[in-house]
Design a protein around this ligand. Sequence first.
Ligand code: SF4
Length: 242
Amino acid sequence: MESKRQVLPVKGIIPFANVDGSGNRTTIFVQGCNLNCIYCHNPETIQLPCSETTHTNYTVEELITLLKQYSPYIRGITVSGGEATIYSDFLVELFKEVKKLGITCYVDTNGIFNKDHKLDLIEATDKFLFDIKGIDNLSKVTRKNIDHSFENLEYLLERNKIEEVRTVCIENYMDAEAVIREVAKRIKDYDDVLYKLIRVHYRGLTKEQVIAVKDSVPTKERMIALENLAKSLGVKNVMSIL
Ligand code: SF4
């Protein structure tokens, strides 16, 4: 039997963040991602851990010691990345201990994982912040040919596990209207779920990424039109990040 992971490779920790789910939260960025998105704003987190220089390893006990300092001031933690679901076994153990501090556990995910292998993590997670990155042209954005994202979104919605769905809007690489139609179909009856439409931007990108993205940034007017499209399709809670 495969042994459980004893440490989590962490790229960074933000003690207090207010954009990674509701309330003030501590965000833990893991090292390693199963995708390689054209617009990735944390490209340094993509490489899977291969040397100690890319990250710091933490045990559950070390993370709990740290979180005890913050817990009076936060509503919970959010594990982001990279891709948090890669480390599901470790996170299940971490979340058990975090909940003893009386705070919640969120996962920020790219949505691309095999849910049948993540059932324990889904059970242990209070809410997911969930990316939808495309439909049939997904590999143009992610540069990987894997998907399950809509199936996973539906599964989590039915279990009241979704707080927020996000789509990074980028011209030329994805059909934003088609993506919004598919998302709206699924979330329009969930009034509490926020749909964030994020205009692709340059912050954190490498030079190569800037070259790839520079002609594909939607205008502000286009973003407002996309927001209006989502509303017209019945999504109650939509926000554009310009
Ligand atoms: S899923 Fe997120 S962390 Fe991974 S490559 Fe894409 S944008 Fe970057």
